[in-house]
Design a protein around this ligand. Structure first.
Ligand SMILES: [Zn+2]
Length: 543
C-alpha cells in the first residue's frame, strides 16, 4: 500500500513523538480564548475600585510604620484580605508583622508582594510643595511603600472573582516585604521555606513610570551587620588607665574600614552608623556598637567584605582589650529578574499605559522638582519635567554597572522566577529615602498610579493562569540561564534570628502622636481633606 505523505507523517509521530517546535506552537496558542475579554472586564472593575485604591493607599500612608513595626499596616491589610476570602498565616519566619494570605487551589501558585515599611524622619504632609512634617521627626512614607500592597490586593480580588466564576485553577498568595529598608525579611522567608511551592512571583515597587526588567539588574547585594564591643568602664578622669573603651574599638574599626576602601572595587558601597557610642564622657564606655551595610555586585565580593569586616572587628578588639560579637541584621542578593514574566508584564504595560495626569498633578510635580532641585535628566539621559507621559521600554540585563542600592526581593528572585513591576505613583527627580518622596504618596498621583498598576498585575495574572507557557518558560530561564552558573547561597544561617528588635525604640514614642493623624475614611473623602490640604498646595498658607 502506498503511504500518503500525511499518513507517513502520522506514523512518524507515532514513533518519534510530536516535533518540539510544533509542541511549542501548540502551547503558545493554549491561552484561553476569553482571556482578552476577561482582561477588559477586570480593567473596568479596577477603574470602578478607584475609591478603594485611594482609601488603602491613604490609610497605610497615615500609619507611617518603620520596618518590623508594621503592626497597624499588617492588621489593616490582612483584615481586607480576610474579608475577601483569603486564609491568613501571621507571624511567618518568626516576624510578628509578616504574613502570607492564600486563596484558591492547585497550580499555578502565584505570589504577589510589595514592601510596607517607611523611612525614619520622613514624616511629610502630602500634596504640598514645601517641607512640612505631619509629626516632626517621625517616620514617613518617603519611599512610597504605602502603595504597593494596596495595588496587588486590588488586582488579586478582581482576578479572584473571574477565577471563581470561570472555575480557573490556581492559587494566589499575597505577602508583604517587611522591613525592606533593613533588608530584613525576604531571605528569612526563603530560609524558612515559604516560597518552596511558589511557581512565580510578581513584586511591585513604586516608581515614576511603568516598567519592568529582566536579567542582571545592575544593583548590589549586601550584608547588614552590627558589631558590638564590650570593655570595662572606669572614671574617665580619675582612673582612665583602668578602663577598656568599647568606643575606642568602634572608632578603630571605622578607621580601618575607611583605609580599606582604597583597596575595594569601585562597585562596592559601605556605610555605617554608630548605634551605641557610650553614655556620657566621664564614664569610659564599657559598651559600644557600630552597624555596617557592606554592598557589592556578587555573592563572592560581598562575602569577602563580610569576612574582612569580621576579621577587623576581632583585630580591634585585641588592640583595645575588648570583646566583640556580631549579628547579621539583614541581607540581600544582587538583583536578577525573570525574562518570561517580564515580557508578560510588559505586554500588559503597553495595553494599560500611563495614567492621565491632570494639570494639578503636573503642577505639584513641577513645583516639587523645583523644591528639591531635581536634575534635568535621568541617569539614562531622559528629561525630567513633571510626571512621565511617555512609557518606558522593557529593560534587559545591564551591560555595565557602578553598583547601586539593594533590595532583598533578589533573594526571592534567585529561588523563584520573579520580576519587579514599577508603577508611576511618585514624582521623578526626588532624592529617594527623603521627606520629599512622601509628598505624592497620598495624592491623586499615587492613586492613579496604583489603579493603572493594578490593571497591569491583574492582566498578567490572567495571562499566567491561562497560558502555562509563561511559567514553564520562566522556569526554563531560571534553571538554564539565571542559575546555570550561579548558585544561591544565603547569608542567613539556620540559627540567624530575624532582627525584629530594630526600630521599636524609634517607633514607640511616635506611635501615639501619629495615631491622632490616622486616616478616618468614615469622616473624610481623602487624607488630603482630613489634613485640610487644597490639592495642589504650592505655597505654605498663613505666612
Ligand atoms: Zn523600596
Amino acid at each position: 500500500m502506498k503511504i500518503m505523505p500525511s499518513s507517513r507523517f502520522l506514523i512518524f509521530l507515532l514513533f518519534f513523538g510530536f516535533p518540539q517546535h510544533l509542541v511549542a506552537q501548540k502551547k503558545a496558542m493554549a491561552s484561553h480564548p476569553k482571556v482578552e475579554s476577561w482582561k477588559k472586564e477586570v480593567m473596568k472593575s479596577l477603574d470602578e475600585r478607584r475609591k478603594s485604591a485611594q482609601e488603602m493607599v491613604d490609610m497605610v500612608f497615615s500609619f507611617s510604620e518603620l520596618g518590623f513595626q508594621e503592626t497597624e499596616t499588617s492588621a489593616y491589610l490582612t483584615s481586607i484580605l480576610k474579608k475577601n476570602g483569603f486564609a491568613i498565616e501571621t507571624g511567618i519566619a518568626g516576624i510578628p508583622t509578616a504574613w502570607m494570605a492564600t486563596w484558591g487551589s492547585g497550580k499555578p501558585v502565584i505570589a504577589l508582594g510589595s514592601d510596607i515599611d517607611c523611612i525614619p524622619k520622613a514624616s511629610q504632609k502630602p500634596g504640598v510643595a514645601y517641607k512640612e512634617a505631619i509629626v516632626e521627626d517621625a517616620p514617613g512614607h518617603g519611599e512610597g511603600h504605602n502603595s504597593g500592597l494596596p495595588l496587588v490586593i486590588l488586582s488579586a480580588i478582581e482576578v479572584k472573582k473571574i477565577m471563581e466564576r470561570e472555575k480557573i485553577a490556581g492559587t494566589l498568595i499575597i505577602w508583604p516585604g517587611v522591613a525592606e529598608e533593613l533588608v530584613g525579611s525576604k531571605a528569612w522567608y526563603i530560609r524558612d521555606g515559604y516560597f518552596k511551592n511558589v511557581d512565580a512571583c510578581i513584586f511591585t515597587h513604586v516608581g515614576n513610570n511603568m516598567n519592568v526588567s529582566w536579567g542582571d539588574a545592575g544593583n548590589n547585594g549586601l550584608v547588614s551587620v552590627e558589631f558590638k564591643f564590650e570593655g570595662s568602664s572606669a572614671h574617665s578622669a580619675g582612673a582612665p588607665w583602668r578602663g577598656k573603651s568599647a568606643l575606642d574599638a568602634v572608632e578603630l574599626m571605622n578607621v580601618a574600614w575607611n583605609f580599606k576602601r582604597e583597596h575595594l572595587k569601585p562597585t562596592q558601597r559601605s556605610h555605617y552608623v554608630i548605634t551605641d557610642g557610650g553614655d556620657q564622657p566621664n564614664v569610659v564606655p564599657s559598651k559600644a556598637a557600630v552597624w555596617y551595610y557592606l554592598r557589592e555586585r556578587t555573592y563572592e565580593d560581598i562575602k569577602s567584605m563580610y569576612d574582612d569586616a569580621i576579621q577587623y572587628s576581632k583585630s580591634v578588639a585585641a588592640m583595645t582589650g575588648t570583646k566583640v560579637s556580631y549579628q547579621l541584621l539583614g541581607t540581600a542578593w544582587p538583583g536578577h529578574f525573570n525574562k518570561s514574566i517580564a515580557e508578560a508584564v510588559y505586554k500588559n504595560i503597553k495595553i494599560v499605559g500611563l495614567p492621565i495626569w491632570d494639570s494639578s498633578d503636573q503642577q505639584l510635580a513641577r513645583a516639587v522638582q523645583k523644591l528639591v532641585n531635581a536634575p534635568k535628566k535621568t541617569q539614562r539621559g531622559e528629561p525630567i519635567d513633571g510626571l512621565a507621559t511617555q512609557l518606558d521600554t522593557l529593560h534587559g540585563p545591564v551591560q555595565f554597572s557602578w553598583g547601586a542600592g539593594s533590595d532583598d526581593i533578589a533573594d526571592i528572585a534567585w529561588n523563584v522566577p520573579t520580576v519587579v513591576f514599577r508603577y508611576p505613583s511618585n514624582i521623578p527627580g526626588t532624592p529617594g529615602h527623603n521627606w520629599a518622596d512622601a509628598i505624592a504618596m497620598a495624592t491623586p498621583i499615587a492613586h492613579k498610579g496604583v489603579v493603572n498598576g493594578s490593571k497591569v498585575v491583574a492582566a498578567t495574572l490572567l495571562d499566567m493562569l491561562t497560558d502555562a507557557t509563561i511559567i514553564s518558560n520562566a522556569w526554563d530561564y531560571h534553571k538554564n540561564v539565571q542559575t546555570k552558573e550561579v548558585q544561591y547561597i544565603s547569608f542567613v544561617e539556620a540559627t540567624t534570628p530575624p532582627a525584629i528588635h530594630l526600630n521599636n525604640k524609634i517607633m514607640d514614642p511616635f506611635r501615639p502622636q501619629l495615631k491622632k493623624y490616622y486616616y478616618d475614611p468614615s469622616k473624610y473623602k481623602t487624607y488630603l481633606e482630613q489634613l485640610g490640604i487644597q490639592y495642589p498646595q504650592l505655597e505654605k498658607k498663613g505666612f
